[in-house]
Design a protein around this ligand. Sequence first.
Ligand code: 5GP
Length: 139
Amino acid sequence: MAETIFSKILRGEIPCHKVYEDEHVLAFLDIGPLSRGHTLVIPKEEKAYVHELSDEQMAAIGRVLPRLCRAVTQVTGVKEYNILQNNGPLAHQAVFHVHFHIIPKPSEEEGLGVRWNPRPFSHEDGAKLAEALRDALAD
Ligand code: 5GP
């Protein structure tokens, strides 16, 4: 994977407003926040996409995410928030090092805006798809 700006942040070559760090995880404030308290949570493993992460790295993020969300809601006083995680340019990923956004949602205008566009669902295709996914998971 090509190095990203987050590798430089991890090495301390570029400053960040650090919120949390352990053996596997770093969390820091987003430099372009959608709302006050917008925080990024990254694994120390340099992988672009979630599906490339080791189970251990993902588990380390999962272990600390609720605690980080509690801190963000407590300190900002904003109880509602989104967790966003983008994979690939079409999915709005700009930095190709896995990161989770914690984005407080204080009002309609601030925080994450979501365009939710549900497509028609076919039960016939859904049955095939779920079976294919079960097979892929069994491999
Ligand atoms: P993505 O669109 O890839 O999910 O989000 C990348 C995020 O990284 C953006 O919200 C952007 O503001 C943030 N970001 C990019 N460069 C830097 C940086 O150098 N420092 C910090 N703290 N955040 C950054």
